[in-house]
Every structure is written in structure tokens, then in C-alpha cells.
Design a protein around this ligand. Sequence first.
Ligand code: ADP
Ligand code: MG
Length: 292
Amino acid sequence: SIPLSFFAGIGAASKNGVLIKGSNYLEALNFVDTIIFDKTGTLTEGTFKVTKINTFNQASKDEVLKYAAYAESYSNHPIAKSILQYYADDIDKTQIKEFEEIQGYGIKSKIFDREVLVGNIKLLKNVFGDNNDYNNIKEEKSGTIIYVAVDGRYIGNIIIRDEEKKDSKNTIISLKNRGIKTVMLTGDGRNAAESVKKNLDIDECYFELLPNEKIEKLELIKERIDKDKKVVFVGDGVNDAPVLARADIGIAMGALGSDAAIEASDIVIMDDNPIKILTALKIAEKTKSIVW
Ligand code: ADP
Ligand code: MG
């Protein structure tokens, strides 16, 4: 039978905005070795702002933005929301003939009877092959780069930026003080990933990961730690659901997080503040000291 104090612990957690789906997870929190974080929406706000538009091949900034906004108009991705918010004109949806969202890559669509690609470098490489003029793009210091191509021609990119959540840094510092290792996984590019890693002082970071590659990283980390220790994954997005399910303890952001992520998780942080991980760890510790 389950000791009563576990129920008390779960109750205390829920009063603090942390929903724990079972007493076994509360107990497991006392054996955490590594916490793996998703970047966008977990450590960062997940609300990007457009900071710059670069053009190529005689395209105009308006053109680059217009194709991007049209391509993104059926997407719920945070990147789509940022571009649509920046685009001031109306979108004539009758001009969007095809729309395909490829997880971890971006959008493939048919707009104004043209083939439009909006996404990362991998998306363009998949369609064009390796030798193309997008290879000449000069690297931006930080930010996420969204590439735009029309009818096989690269026309420019949009630089967007996301801010770290206010309490992310404190969270990482406190976890390290407890001897917990911190890792960040992201589908985003090198620049965006490394700037967050550096600002938050995260131990390890892997970028440009497809959803299945996030699972592979999690499995590798599980293999390298002691059998009786636990690996936590914290995420918010639709494509985080499989990793949340595979982690020893999956923690989802509940406010802006996707239903799939919340469903697949063991613990839900109601207000999306990563510092609540510390709240959960402290309650788990107290619960342990009462039971044993
Ligand atoms: P994350 O790990 O940040 O949750 P995703 O797997 O959702 O990342 O996306 C990884 C990358 O794929 C993004 O950084 C972006 O380059 C590209 N991408 C995904 N969805 C879109 C989209 N709707 N529009 C443009 N690019 C996208
Ligand atoms: Mg995400």
C-alpha cells in the first residue's frame, strides 16, 4: 500500500502548481542524475520576434516576408506565429493550394502556383541538394534563421529571436548546486542553441535534432548513468511527446504546452515556470524524510 505521506506530497505539489500523476514519480525525483531540457518554450519563452530579413537573388524583403507568412498561415508552430504576427497584411488563403508541415524541417507549400519552402537549411538541402547559393549566407551571431525558397530559387531568410525565461538561469544554477547534470536538446540551429547554452550555463547541448534523434540522445544518456538513477526530460511541444514518454520522469509545461506533451508526461508544471522543478524536488525530499 502507498504511504499516506505520498498523498500529502502530491497535494502539496498541486497547491504549488505542480501536478504529479503518481506517487512513484514523487519518489523517483529523489534519484535524479540528469535533467534534459527542450529549448523552445521550455527554457525560452517560445515567442519569437522577427529581427531582420535578408534577401538574395533580387528578391525584396516584402516578397520574402509574404511567402513566409503565406506558407506559415496554417501552422501552429511558434515560428509560424512570430512570422504571422510580424506580417501586417491580410492573407488570401485561396492562394494556398498545398500545405505540408514537416516536423523538424518546416513548410512545403504551393502558393500563387509556386513551390514555396520555408524552414531550416535541412529542408532546402533535401530539395535542392548541397550545392546552392544559400551556402553563402553569412552566419548571424544568434537567433533562429528561417530560409525561404520559391520555385527552386533561394530568395532570402528571416532572423527571429526568442528570449530565455526569467527563471531559467536560476533553475539551472540550483540544479547544479544539487549535483544534477543539465542537458539541452533542440531542433533549432547551432547559433540559437549555443547562445542559450552559454547564457544559462548548461552542461551539454545538442542542436538540429529531429524528433527521433531527441529520443536517441535520451537513450544514450540513460545508458551512461547508474541503473538506480533517473533521467528527467522537460518539454512542451507536440514532438516532445515521445521523449517525455521514454524518460524515467517526463515533465511537461502545462500552460502553453501541447495536449500531446501534457498527456505523455508524468508531471505537469501548470504555469510553465522551470523553477517549479525545484519545488517538486524539494517536496519529494520532504516526503522521503517522512516516509523513511
Ligand atoms: P524545437 O526543438 O525547438 O521544438 P522543432 O522540432 O519544432 O524544434 O523545429 C526544429 C526546427 O525545424 C526549427 O528550429 C525550424 O528551423 C524548423 N521548423 C519546424 N517547424 C517550422 C515551421 N513551421 N516553419 C519554419 N521552420 C520550422
Ligand atoms: Mg519545442
